[in-house]
Each structure stands twice: as structure tokens, then as C-alpha cells.
Ligand binder design. Structure first.
Ligand SMILES: Cc1ncc(COP(=O)(O)O)c(C=O)c1O
Length: 391
């Protein structure tokens, strides 16, 4: 038996622990000064004008749909090649998502096909930066411009792409909104958490979008708990039927330290990618993920390997062989039309052949900042053996 390799444990040091303890001792543990600090750091890192920290990326995306009153009768376009969160939030708003298949041989939504899916009812488009690879944002924007439909709200599900770059700039200020996840398995974690970044605080005629997002993330209450607890400041109003999806100072304390460590963490992820790609590039059967090109650099979130000629059974057998050696791999993603919820909504995987072809032979190799390069090397060698013995 070799070493045990898990999929994506969090990278938490004494420094994060100390910061959390300080918050616990401070007398204020929910949203307050640490959240404000975390938002400042996020804003700076992403070169965006505004940032809102929240309980999750899911909440962030739904909050945007709510604030712009996107609801039953409207249409929202997205991809079936994503985690269910991206589409669930559309369903929550009473809308059946308009799925546009991914481009052939790509994990990313087919941008050309977005154009055909737009109707007069389209209110938003949510594209997904799968595995940390940014979508060609300018290309999507150019379609809306050409159609005279710049009223359509562009949301990047950037759950995976914190720290990725697009045309030389960090991801976070390209679309109308970027929504990041800081869930435990993400590159930068706050245990659970998410964040929205954007540039225009008067977007779509809003008087103060930041205030509206904040209020709507806290029950629609006109004052947050931190301001309300000041002596004499007991009065408040309820302005809308808001959600309850604020980030706590405990979470933000972890995030502030992770932010400080993040460039180093990213650099280690880059090296893991290199170990995998160096071992796999000579293999005729390996379709390795592109980490960097003239347009983008990934955030190195997931190593999405595909194996030429494999069907689901071969891929599953490789995962099983590795699991028996205590090596965890994964699949990103099972296309949404393959799940019961979406089947019941009337979707069929046959209508998304490119998504299925990406899925059937995909194996995600673990990438995380506490995975040593020696372990990455051991893992990829075991993977090669497992693939070649299942051919
Ligand atoms: C592509 C994608 N979008 C959204 C989410 C939701 O993120 P969160 O768990 O922070 O709500 C995830 C989480 O795994 C994801 O992978």
C-alpha cells in the first residue's frame, strides 16, 4: 500500500487559527470589521470597485437575480456543465434554465450558441469558469453589443476562478458581476463563504447597489446587527423580503489570512500542474488541461484530465483502481441533465452531446497547496499505470 492521498483538504495554518481565536475573544463574532477588511482585500485583489462577502457563492448568484427582480416569466441562460448551484438558483426564481451546451472538446459554454439562445425574455447569462479557467468574457460581451442587448446581465460563476487572470488582469472586474466561492474545497477558503465583485454601483439605474446587496443579504433589514447593537440605535426598517446569507467575522478572519498567503498557495498549485503535465504530455491518450495561453491563466483549481477513447466504464474503473490504493480522484462535472431533478424538468443528456463527451472520459486529479510535489508525482505515476491497465 502506498500513501493515502485525499482530494482537497483545507490548508489552515496557525495564523488562521490565531485570527479566528482573536475574533472569538473580541466580543463580536458575526458580520463586522473582519468582513469589511476581507471585502477590502477582495476588491483590491480583483481590481474591482465593489465587493460583498457572503455565506456562499450560491447565495451570491441568487442575490443578484433577486436584486434585479429576475423571476418567473424571464429567461436565464447557463451551461449544463457545472455544479448544480449555478442552475438551482435559477430554478428557485421560478425559471427553467436555458441550457446551452459546451463547445466541442471544451468544458466551457459554446459562446456562438449563446447568441441563438437569446430571446426578448432573456434577463441574464451565467457562464462558468470551470476548474478556474476564465470564459472569454469579451467575446460574450461582444455578442450582446452586436445584438443591442447590453441590458442582459452578465454573471460569471467564478466559484473556481479566484486568482485566475484574463487578458493580464485578475478575474473579478470583467463582467457585470463575478461570484466567487470560498467553500472548504476551494483555492482560498473561509470554510463556507462567497463573494461578489463588480464595478458599477449604479448598474441598471440602482441608486446604491452595494447597500441594496447588503440589505438583501440580511433579511432586508435597513441596519446590520453591528450598527444596531450600538447603544440607542435600536430602530430599523424592513425594506424587502431579503435572504439571510451574510458572512461572519469568524469566516472573514480565515479569509484575511488566506488572502495574505494566496499568491504562494497559487504558485504551489502551478507546480503541481507542471508535475502532472510533464508526466502526461508524452502519453498519446492524455488530453491535458491548458493552464495558460495568450488570453488567460487558470487559477489551477482542478486538473481536468481527459482520456482519449475512454467511455464512462473505463474512466470509472481507473477511479476505482486508484481508490483501492487510497488515492482520491474525482469527476467534474456530471452534466446537470443526468440528474433526477433536471430529468424531471424535461432535460435530456442527448441534447447536450458535447457535455456528455467531456464528462464520459474526464478524471480530475487533486490540486491543493498542501499536496507535496513528491506525492503529486507518485499520484500521476499510479494514474498512468491505472489508465494503461484499463485500456
Ligand atoms: C461551479 C460552481 N458554482 C458554484 C458553486 C457553489 O459554491 P458555494 O458552495 O460557495 O455556494 C460551486 C461549488 O462547488 C461550484 O463548483
Amino acid at each position: 500500500m502506498g500513501k493515502k492521498i485525499t482530494f482537497s483538504p483545507p490548508d489552515i495554518t496557525k495564523e488562521e487559527i490565531n485570527e479566528v481565536v482573536k475574533v472569538l475573544e473580541s466580543g463580536w463574532i458575526t458580520s463586522g470589521p473582519k468582513v469589511a477588511q476581507f471585502e477590502e482585500e477582495m476588491k483590491k485583489y480583483c481590481n474591482a470597485n465593489y465587493a460583498v462577502a457572503l455565506g456562499s457563492a450560491t447565495a451570491g448568484m441568487e442575490l443578484i437575480l433577486k436584486v434585479f427582480d429576475i423571476k418567473e416569466g424571464d429567461e436565464v441562460i447557463t451551461t449544463p456543465y457545472t455544479y448544480t448551484a449555478t442552475a438551482n438558483i435559477i430554478v428557485h426564481r421560478g425559471i427553467k434554465p436555458t441550457f446551452v451546451d459546451v463547445e466541442k472538446d471544451s468544458f466551457i459554454i459554446d459562446i456562438e450558441k449563446i447568441e441563438k439562445a437569446i430571446t426578448p425574455k432573456t434577463k441574464a447569462i451565467i457562464t462558468v469558469d470551470i476548474a478556474g479557467v476564465p470564459v472569454d468574457y469579451d467575446k460574450v460581451k461582444a455578442i450582446l453589443k452586436k445584438l443591442g442587448r447590453e441590458d442582459i446581465i452578465l454573471i460569471a460563476d467564478s466559484a473556481h476562478s479566484y486568482g485566475a487572470s484574463y487578458k493580464g488582469q485578475k478575474v473579478g472586474a470583467q463582467y457585470d458581476f463575478h461570484v466567487f466561492s470560498f467553500h472548504a474545497v476551494k483555492n482560498l477558503t473561509t470554510a463556507e463563504g462567497g463573494g461578489i465583485t463588480y464595478n458599477d454601483n449604479n448598474f441598471h439605474g440602482k441608486e446604491d447597489l452595494l447597500r441594496e446587496l447588503k440589505i438583501t443579504s440580511l433579511q432586508g433589514q435597513s441596519k446590520d446587527a453591528f450598527s444596531k447593537m450600538k447603544a440607542g440605535a435600536w430602530q430599523y426598517d424592513i425594506l424587502t423580503d431579503g435572504f439571510k446569507c451574510n458572512m461572519t467575522d469568524l469566516q472573514a478572519a480565515i479569509g484575511v489570512v488566506q488572502m495574505k498567503r494566496y499568491e504562494g498557495m497559487l504558485e504551489h498549485r502551478r507546480k503541481i500542474f507542471e508535475v502532472y503535465t510533464n508526466a502526461l504530455k508524452e502519453k498519446e491518450w492524455a488530453i491535458v488541461p491548458v493552464a495558460k495561453n495568450e488570453m488567460m491563466e487558470t487559477s489551477y483549481h482542478l486538473y481536468t484530465l481527459r482520456i482519449k477513447g475512454f467511455e464512462e466504464e473505463n474512466r470509472n474503473a481507473v477511479i476505482q483502481t486508484l481508490a483501492e490504493k487510497d488515492i482520491a480522484t474525482n469527476v467534474h462535472f456530471i452534466p446537470l441533465p443526468m440528474f433526477t431533478l433536471y430529468k424531471n424538468l424535461g432535460y435530456k443528456i442527448e441534447d447536450y452531446p458535447n457535455a456528455y463527451n467531456q464528462y464520459k472520459n474526464e478524471i480530475t486529479l487533486p490540486v491543493y497547496s498542501t499536496l507535496s510535489l513528491e506525492d503529486a508525482d507518485y499520484l500521476v505515476k499510479e494514474l498512468i499505470k491505472a489508465v494503461e491497465s484499463n485500456m
